[in-house]
Write a protein that binds this ligand. Structure first.
Ligand SMILES: Nc1ncnc2c1ncn2[C@@H]1O[C@H](COP(=O)(O)OP(=O)(O)OP(=O)(O)O)[C@@H](O)[C@H]1O
Length: 257
């Protein structure tokens, strides 16, 4: 077991800085962010467009590297890993759900769900896979191809795949962005149940206050900094907090230079 159980932290970044470009084109996408993602918690990352949400997720998940600072999955610091070890870590210890489902069209639902384990040569735990198939409600679709499924069903396959290897943390990037509101609710409900009934850990980037309200906690970024957090969010409170960013921005624009 590689998750740092002594701290109960599934993933964390410390003083995370990410700079894109140099000179005139330099962008400080993350400007000293520190945050812990606790085991058994569902955390949403929100903030205005360009505030650094995706960059934070990508760096925390080992999909991108920090300019300075640290990113940890469980007890492992990512910058110390070779590319090969990082690839293995992402495959074996992290799950991903993207807006665009990213299923392999030639594989069946069952094959898509166990793909990460098949790629890494580890055998999926049949009892766990079986439970997941019931949780996502796809038992009668196991031998279908993705093209024979609705968008909501495809995303439910992606959710099952993300949890199939019992990863220490699942990162979800706008998982409901391509779904109608009912399918989106189903997918968010699944993520919430995985966290609360199956003791999983989820970190989700979203623009949608209704989606964020499914999380236990929302962290808010602005200009690459962590500026606020909200426990037990509701869609109304999240929306109000986001409006305050817009208001602040308008006020700044009104100030003559
Ligand atoms: N590969 C890149 N090269 C240069 N700049 C980048 C790159 N990726 C992101 N940025 C910049 O870094 C900043 C943060 O981007 P990021 O995508 O993390 O924000 P975001 O909050 O996820 O935005 P959105 O809500 O619009 O998806 C933005 O100014 C963006 O233009």
């Amino acid at each position: 077991m590689t998750t740092d159980l002594s701290t109960g932290i599934a993933a964390r970044v410390i003083d995370a800085v990410k700079v894109y470009g140099t000179g005139d084109t330099e962008v400080r996408a993350l400007d000293g962010v520190s945050v812990d993602f606790h085991v058994g918690r569902f955390t949403a990352i929100m903030g205005p467009s360009g505030s650094g949400k995706s960059t934070l997720m990508h760096c925390a998940a080992g999909l991108d590297t920090l300019t300075s600072g640290e990113a940890h999955i469980g007890g492992t610091e990512l910058s110390a890993l070779s590319d090969k070890r990082l690839t293995l870590l992402r495959r074996e210890r992290v799950g991903f759900v993207f807006q665009a489902f990213n299923l392999l069209p030639t594989l069946t639902v069952a094959e898509n769900i166990t793909l990460p384990q098949d790629l890494s040569g580890t055998r999926a735990d049949p009892a766990w896979t079986d439970t997941l198939i019931d949780v996502v409600g796809l038992r009668d679709r196991l031998h279908h191809r993705p093209s024979e499924l609705s968008g909501g069903q495809q995303q439910r396959v992606a959710v099952a795949r993300a949890f199939a290897g019992r990863p220490e943390v699942v990162f979800a990037d706008e998982p409901t962005g391509n779904l109608d509101s009912q399918s989106g609710e189903e997918v968010l409900g699944l993520l919430g149940r995985a966290v609360h009934q199956m003791d999983r850990t989820v970190v989700m980037v979203t623009h949608d206050p209704v989606a964020a309200a499914h999380a236990d906690e929302v962290i808010f970024l602005a200009d690459g900094r962590l500026v606020d957090r909200m426990e037990g969010p509701t869609a109304e409170r999240v929306l109000d907090r986001l409006k305050a960013f817009d208001h602040g921005r308008t006020r700044q624009e009104e100030v003559p230079t």
